[in-house]
Design a protein around this ligand. Structure first.
Ligand code: GLP
Length: 260
């Protein structure tokens, strides 16, 4: 795991650099998109580069991590709509190139299996953007999730529903109770995981993810078993790390040719 501690603008630039490299070097790049507030600066930065520097997504495909179940198609917080608003329609993805799990399908198990097949059909995800919940969830893999899980239906914890109530007029009752989410096993198959976390409310989850024992109680800890993970943190999110000085030292002294 590489840990980078910087201000949130620098973090967004670093993540955008990694995505730009992929877009400029791969014939058919596949990007994993996350919702939540953490990736928003990255999407702004990519949009700026698309507008000002001609960075093109026309040859890329994208896959979302998760989707609410039981939310109206036109609800602004339906993750499909969030991704369209925050990134998909701001750049030049080809029609049909941005995929998401179908949370409104009648047969959710079939929709989950179909989504897994689509990811494999695209050649797998090259770079997956991730956030982390305050309880260590990734996508919607709540504590107790199998660390080998695949795309499936999950119940949201009350903690996650309360955390996300801010997107639903502050009313936790409006937050759906179910979702479809890529599993931890699905996420672990992406070639490069780029997780961004900011703010002191993420500090404990970040500490557990990087330095705690691997446990389904903190699903993000399974990232310790992935060969290529970049964790982008602001000072507040990094504030509980035991080896913070070492991560800073390692990043400041890494060879210049070594990208994220
Ligand atoms: C939601 C999403 C996750 C996201 C998490 C943290 O539960 N399903 O993908 O990482 O929230 O969100 P935020 O970045 O807003 O803190």
């Amino acid at each position: 795991m590489e840990v980078v501690i910087a201000d949130e603008y620098t973090l967004a630039e670093l993540a955008a650099d990694a995505i730009e490299r992929l877009l400029r070097t791969e014939a058919a790049p596949v990007i994993g998109l996350a919702t939540g507030s953490s990736p928003l600066r990255i999407y702004d930065e990519l949009t700026t580069r698309h507008k000002n520097e001609g960075l093109s997504f026309a040859h890329a495909q994208a896959f979302m991590l998760d989707e609410y179940v039981g939310i109206a198609d036109d609800h602004p917080q339906r993750y499909r709509n969030v991704i369209d608003t925050e990134i998909a329609t701001r750049v030049d993805f080809a029609e049909g190139a941005v995929h998401g799990p179908d949370g409104s399908a009648d047969d959710l198990a079939a929709a989950s299996a179909d989504y897994e097949r689509k990811i494999v059909g695209a050649g797998g995800i090259d770079l997956q953007i991730l956030g982390i919940g305050t309880d260590g969830h990734v996508a919607f893999n709540e504590p107790g999730s199998s660390l080998a899980s695949r795309t499936r239906v999950k119940s949201l914890t009350q903690q996650t529903r309360m955390d996300n109530a801010r997107f639903f007029d502050g009313d936790v009752e409006q937050v759906p109770k179910l979702c479809l989410t890529q599993g931890m096993g699905t996420i672990m198959e992406a070639k490069h995981l780029v997780l961004v976390a900011t703010g002191g409310n993420k500090a404990e989850a970040v500490h557990q993810m990087i330095e705690g024992p691997i446990s389904a109680m903190w699903p993000a800890t399974v990232l310790q078993m992935h060969q290529h993970v970049t964790v982008l943190l602001d000072e507040a999110a990094a504030s509980r790390l035991q080896l913070g000085d070492y991560y800073r030292h390692a990043y400041e002294n890494k060879p210049e040719w070594q990208n994220l």
